[in-house]
Design a protein around this ligand. Structure first.
Ligand code: ADP
Length: 568
């Protein structure tokens, strides 16, 4: 038994956690302090870790998740017990669904009291509450297990398909004292946390055989491909084969959006006519209409590159699965790709081109229209123009119309620069993603937000200003969820269910914390404000007053919104 009076000979749970994080290169924490983890955050900061304090755990969690996505190493979110833990949980679940490596560490109450439900301060069985939503959940019950607990969390978060891991730290473990040597020996430095998983050679051969028979092939790049950071090899495969490709929204920029082989502008045509689709780190989920008709040909055959074996055959039969990590798999593919093995697909490319050019011309006309008052295209066209020669700027995007129109309007030229609502189509990621991206990269961020979406994390404006982060928040403000012109169907004079403050001045919020405020109502003023704000490299909000009648219900996915068959 360690003697707590001999300070130099003992250590405690708080120190062991910090030591374990440091040993494994987890050098940044996003969190909200309180009982029982305030001293843990203080100690982490004293020991040289970077701590970013948020106003709400969900935003801290989103920051951690996106840090994980960008660095391939878990982002760490630190929360207090029960309510703080629950506030962080949606972001941990969102990280899991999107395949981002993240660890949420929460302090928790006395196990003996929690398990007998005797009513402790912030009593909750957090580990079991977390389990359905995460890739793994662990609790550390003894200080000497902290090292192994952190190691397990890192491995679970990063290996295979990455995801969210919950690590529960009861308060008594944080203060528990053990012998210093024993503590040091208990720490674990994770070796080869993300082992290469090369695919079987026959899987590569099968994929190439199928591709060789294709008349109308299409490569779909998903955020798994972006995550893998195999950018040069993926570009080489696309360019050496001449195959048309479609980037999913967070894979935009893996190859530049203006690449001649990109079929983004002819998406529906390419999906409907492809006879062999090669999915690289993209799931056949709702975002790809589950691979089914009428969006896809009933006869299309699939090649799927994925690290998760159970993803194969999840929606449509996969004729050629390539299970392995994308970096190793694309390398193996390139090695097996001998000159002349694949056809040139000239006819198919010629068929796509007019479709693509037509949509590009339509978009150019829409962007040139400049309606007054400003609409989504007018505002997003201005953002597009300002960012055209600034490929390093991250674009965070959320909101219904803001997200959907923005995906089509704002071109990306570099990988992993577009961060958006992702697999769930979730709102509320905005400020967390913006902060996480700015922190891990040091690069500027433009967060393009609908006024409704911004509200979910708006208080983090104070966080952005406190840390003086280079984040410009552009709020497309039409005064409502979807639109600002809906009416109350009940006639009691209350606002409509989709209503938000019409003509609200979101820019005023940032003035309270020393940031720069802009209020604009036309594309020229937006262009000027955004250029100026980016040049300043400091926190700013640009409130863009747009037409309250602009926008459609649920953006581009209105078909998912059930309507009554009986009432009008
Ligand atoms: P998108 O939404 O862009 O279509 P998804 O999130 O649906 O992308 O799909 C990403 C897929 O990529 C997941 O099925 C995941 O298992 C896979 N993935 C993630 N990282 C890797 C990797 N390093 N190697 C192989 N597959 C990966």
């Amino acid at each position: 038994m360690a003697n707590p009076d001999r300070r130099d000979a003992v250590t405690d749970g708080l120190h062991l956690i910090v030591d374990a994080l440091k040993l494994n290169g987890l050098d940044t924490i996003f969190g909200v302090v309180g009982i029982p983890i305030t001293d843990l955050a203080r100690l982490a900061q004293a020991e040289g870790l970077k701590y970013f304090g948020f106003r709400h755990e969900q935003s801290a969690g989103h920051a951690a998740a996106i840090a994980g996505y960008l660095t391939q190493w878990p982002g760490v979110c630190l929360t207090v017990s029960a309510p703080g833990f629950l506030n962080g949980l949606p972001s941990l679940a969102n990280a899991t669904v999107n395949g981002f490596p993240m660890i949420q560490i929460s302090g928790s109450s006395d196990r003996a009291i929690v398990d007998l439900q005797q009513g402790d301060y912030e009593e909750l069985d957090q580990m079991n509450a977390a389990k359905p939503f995460v890739k793994a959940a662990y609790r550390v019950n003894r200080p000497e297990d902290i090292g192994i607990g952190v190691a397990r969390a890192i491995r679970a978060a990063t290996s295979g398909r990455p995801g969210g891991v919950y690590l529960d730290l009861p308060a008594d473990v944080l203060s528990a004292v053990i012998d210093k040597d024993q503590g040091t020996r208990s720490l674990v430095e994770v070796v080869d946390a993300i082992p290469k998983q090369p695919p079987a050679p026959e899987a590569i051969e099968r994929a190439l055989d199928l591709l060789a028979k294709a008349k109308r092939p299409l490569v779909v790049l998903g955020k798994g491909a972006a995550y893998a950071q195999a950018d040069a090899d993926i570009a080489r495969f696309i360019e050496e084969t001449g195959v048309p490709f479609l980037p999913m929204s967070m894979a935009k920029g893996l190859l530049p959006d203006n690449h001649p082989q990109s079929v983004e502008a002819a998406r529906s045509f390419a999906l409907a006519h492809a006879d062999v689709a090669v999915l690289i780190g993209a799931r056949l989920n709702w975002l790809l209409a589950h691979g089914k008709p009428p969006h896809w040909s009933p006869d299309v055959q699939f090649v799927q590159f994925d690290i998760q074996p159970t993803e194969i055959d999840s929606n449509r039969p996969i004729a050629a699965p390539v299970v392995g990590d994308i970096a190793s798999s694309i390398k193996a593919l390139l090695l097996a790709l001998k000159p002349g093995r694949l056809p040139a697909w000239t006819e198919w490319r010629d068929a796509i081109e007019p479709q693509k050019q037509k949509h590009i011309a339509d978009m150019a006309a829409r962007l040139a229209a400049d309606p007054r008052p400003m609409d989504f295209y007018g505002a997003l066209g201005a953002v597009r123009a300002v960012l055209a020669d600034k490929p390093d700027v991250f674009v965070v995007s959320e909101g219904a119309n803001t997200l959907d129109v923005g995906r089509n309007v704002i071109d990306m030229a570099l990988p992993r620069k577009r961060l958006d609502s992702g697999t769930w189509g979730v709102m509320g990621v905005g400020m967390g993603y913006a902060i996480g991206a700015a922190v891990v990269s040091g690069q500027p961020v433009v967060a393009v937000e609908g006024d409704s979406a911004f509200g979910f994390s708006g208080m983090e404006i104070e966080t952005i200003c406190r840390y003086r982060l280079p984040i410009v928040v552009v709020i497309l403000n039409n005064g409502g969820v979807y639109r600002g012109d809906d009416v109350n169907r009940g006639g009691d004079g209350a606002p409509a269910v989709t209503a938000l403050s019409l003509h609200g001045r979101y820019d005023k919020l940032i003035e309270a914390f020393g940031g720069t405020a802009y209020n604009v109502a036309d594309p020229d003023a937006l262009t000027q404000a955004l250029s100026e704000a980016l040049a300043a490299g400091a926190p700013a909000i640009i409130n863009c007053a747009i037409d309250p009648t602009a926008g459609t219900e649920s953006g581009h996915i209105g078909s998912l919104n059930p309507k009554s068959a009986v009432s009008s």
